[in-house]
Design a protein. Structure first.
Length: 203
């Protein structure tokens, strides 16, 4: 097995364990065992648990960025439908994982922001990247006449990011999609309103 494959195996195994049990509760022995590698191999690629945790975040961010691009670059549907498809995907993932795993960045942000400044800064960087993508989507939707809002694209993006992270957490706690569904319904029925036609009626 190549060094690259071994490192990837460790990251995959570690990401799954951290997503389920948190960073502090994740031991190097457990990660090595799940990856099927000796403990020495872990330290060959990651000099410390902190370095491993940051690598997990980087790997997660890279994969999630590709996933976001798949949704938001889909020119076959309007911009707000791209967003809706992405939100539907999130709900599907929660159900698939039996509500045992939510947003890795959100979960680690809650756990580590007060403990490790380097983690807090990296997670905030990830969130800012997502927020910029959401803002671009709202900006394009406005330009295409898909929606109207008194809020700026940046304000809408912050609302979406904050609301989504909270709804995912509530869904995990309740073991139900109800919080997610209510958030999406309010988002589309009250925040992202339809444009007004010349007769003054919602189109």
């Amino acid at each position: 097995m190549s060094k690259r494959d071994t490192r990837t195996d460790i990251l995959i195994a570690g990401t799954d364990i951290i997503a389920r049990f948190g960073f502090n509760a994740t031991g190097i022995d457990a990660v090595s065992k799940a990856a099927g590698v000796p403990k020495g191999s872990f330290y060959h690629f990651f000099p410390s648990k902190e370095a491993f945790g940051l690598a997990v975040l980087d790997s997660f961010a890279e994969r999630y960025a590709q996933r976001l691009d798949d949704f938001f670059s889909d020119e076959s549907v309007p911009h707000l439908q791209r967003l809706h498809n992405y939100l539907d995907y999130n709900m599907g993932r929660l159900v698939k994982n039996s509500f045992s795993k939510g947003c890795l960045a959100g979960s680690l942000g809650q756990e580590l922001s007060d403990q490790h400044e380097v983690f807090r800064l990296r997670i905030e960087d990830i969130f800012q990247t997502w927020k910029s993508l959401f803002a671009d989507c709202f900006r394009a939707a406005k330009a295409a006449g898909e929606m109207q809002s008194n809020q700026t694209p940046e304000q809408l993006a912050e609302f979406l990011l904050t609301g989504l992270e909270g709804a995912v957490l509530r869904a995990k706690v309740m073991k139900s999609l109800k919080p997610m569904r209510e958030f999406v319904n309010i988002l589309y029925s009250h925040i992202l309103t339809a444009p007004i036609n010349k007769q003054g009626e919602a189109s």
